[in-house]
Design a binder for this molecule. Structure first.
Ligand SMILES: Cc1cc2nc3c(=O)[nH]c(=O)nc-3n(C[C@H](O)[C@H](O)[C@H](O)COP(=O)(O)OP(=O)(O)OC[C@H]3O[C@@H](n4cnc5c(N)ncnc54)[C@H](O)[C@@H]3O)c2cc1C
Length: 512
């Protein structure tokens, strides 16, 4: 980092936050900050927002329950159309009477086998617990939302250096310099911010090279339909001509940076599928690996990381986007409160404390899938056992909890099992739902028993806690629930609220 960048940037306006990277995470996080009235500059190196790899079918991403809830809480879910037009590949695969609703290492689980009654306090109720989206559409919707809130998005600017002092940060892109109080690196897996700011990034090396290709096959009937785990790897023809493969080469091809030629794709496809299929032409091809790494800290002074910049892992099980959007939802309100001097001690550091363990779990989840997909007899044996377990009700329910993000929980303490979980989308008798109360990014105090003194207490926090009182159709036995701006339950009570404990919870998350 070069401290003299500060001088070059002295004529630039001072932004509260500079976000680098207008992928889904940078866009959503910028919107969260702007919702809290922080001036945000978002810098993106690409001039064009969309590449073919962000469009159907390569750009299709599975959305988990926490992501769906987050989008609904900001009024964005209804703007995403793709999930209405498309049925999820996980959702529409019908095997006899059974509908596939997810997978682990390619092993499917089915909706009739999942037991949602186990999730009394964890079941999000806005919509289905898993949907599909398209990256291009997601970025369009999030970009429109961010710009409507006042985020300044500047494209065609690749950040190449950063510096920080006690008071602020300076970001450099070629001859341009920008100043901010805070900087967030949302610049993806190869993050320049992470490297320039000296974040440690540790983890495990890859076992395979993954390929996403659009090919013209002379004899497509030689390939089997669906996901095929073979002794040499895995191939999947998701749509006619769209082939995804995993080749257990230790990630060698991906790291060789050799051009992906038609001949190479044909050779890999023939080897993995054990056929003599012919690739006539190669239209699109990209590679990826199962390298799994995570920043040891998500914050270094005034510089923070979110999304793939903070953690990378294989796309198996499709959790990276969900993980990154979860980072954004967690960080936005905390950084805004810090900037506005409305943050209790330690609020900003709770971003790392809460999100780092969630990221570590996702990395392990992807490693576990790779471990049982290896083309070796011990992995095949383990694969068969996991398949048997997933065929049981408890096994399918466990998988659904993990894959759909139902089990996501922050250990915040508290007496009630709902504390630390996503708030259920309670429906008031007038038809309003909890998620609708969260459109403006405030905390919410839900009072199902009409206890007037609670409104006064919420009012002591300068409008940052909205009070809502009415009967709900299903209260799950609760009388009062304090919800953070990110939809996480900070405190909950059955029966009359204990004044002292509720005030402590309010003060822990919202400064007066
Ligand atoms: C094949 C595949 C399938 C996947 N499937 C799923 C799935 O089903 N579900 C799921 O949740 N996840 C999935 N993922 C993962 C998901 O796509 C990523 O985790 C997600 O895109 C990360 O978002 P991000 O905003 O952090 O990073 P990115 O989407 O990588 O965005 C980073 C942005 O930063 C910009 N940038 C980079 N460097 C600079 C710089 N120096 N200056 C300025 N801008 C810069 C880039 O141009 C880019 O726009 C999949 C990934 C792959 C490869």
């Amino acid at each position: 980092m070069h401290r003299n960048l500060m001088n070059e940037a002295k004529n630039s306006p001072l932004y509260d936050v500079i976000v680098v990277g207008a992928g889904p995470v940078g866009l959503f996080l910028s919107g969260e900050l702007a919702l809290a009235k922080c001036p945000v500059l978002l810098l993106e190196k690409a001039t064009e927002p969309h590449s073919p790899l962000k469009q159907f079918p390569f750009g299709i991403r599975g959305l988990s329950a926490p992501t769906i809830e987050a989008l609904d809480r900001r009024g964005l879910l209804d703007e995403l159309e793709v999930h209405r037009r498309l049925k999820s590949p996980h959702m529409n695969a019908v095997e006899g009477e059974r509908r596939q609703v997810g997978h682990f290492a390619g092993i499917p689980f089915h909706d009739g086998e999942v037991d949602p009654s186990k999730w009394k306090f964890r079941l999000p109720s806005s919509t289905r617990p898993s949907l599909v989206s398209e990256m291009a559409e997601m970025e369009t919707v999030l970009g429109r939302h961010a710009e409507a809130l006042g985020v300044e998005i500047r494209r065609g600017l690749a950040v190449d250096d950063v510096s920080q002092t006690e008071d602020g940060v300076t970001v450099k892109s070629g001859p341009h310099s920008f100043r901010g109080q805070w900087l967030i690196g949302c610049d993806g897996a190869r993050s320049v911010i992470r490297k320039a700011a000296g974040f440690e990034f540790v983890g495990t090396e890859p076992e395979f090279t993954g390929y996403s290709t659009k090919v013209d096959l002379a004899d497509p009937q030689k390939l089997r339909a669906g996901r095929n785990v073979t002794p040499q790897g895995m191939y999947l023809q998701s749509q006619p001509g769209y082939v995804i493969m995993q080749d257990f080469d230790g990630g060698a091809f991906h790291h060789s940076e050799k051009a992906i030629t038609r001949e190479h794709v044909q050779e890999v496809l023939r080897r993995i599928s054990n056929t003599d299929v012919t690739v006539n032409a190669l239209a699109i091809a990209t590679t990826w690996t199962d390298r799994a790494r995570q920043a040891t800290s998500y914050r270094n002074g005034r510089i923070l990381l979110a999304g793939d910049a903070a953690h990378i892992h294989s796309p198996l099980g499709g959790q990276g986007l969900n993980l990154g959007l979860g980072d954004a939802m967690n960080l936005g309100w905390k950084l805004a409160a810090t900037i506005q001097n409305k943050a209790p001690d330690g609020l900003l550091d709770s971003y790392h404390t809460e999100r780092h363990p969630i990221g570590a779990q996702v990395l392990d989840w992807s490693r576990a899938q790779v471990a049982i997909m290896r083309p070796e007899p011990s992995a095949r044996a383990l694969h068969a056992i996991v398949r048997d377990l997933m065929d049981t009700r408890d096994g399918a329910t466990y998988m659904a909890e993990r894959v759909w993000g139902i089990s996501l929980h922050y250990p915040l303490g508290g007496d009630h099992p709902l504390v630390g979980c996503s708030v259920p989308n309670f429906e008031f008798e007038n038809g309003t739902r909890t998620n609708e109360l969260m459109r403006h990014g405030h905390g919410v105090l839900l009072d199902f028993d009409g206890n007037g003194s609670l409104e006064t207490w919420a009012g002591e926090f300068g409008g940052r806690i909205r009070y809502a009182s009415d009967r709900v159709k299903e209260s799950l036995g609760l009388s009062t629930v304090l919800v953070r701006p990110d939809g996480v339950v900070a405190w909950a009570s059955v029966g009359g609220p204990n004044e002292q404990s509720m005030k402590q919870a309010m003060a822990a998350w919202f400064a007066q």
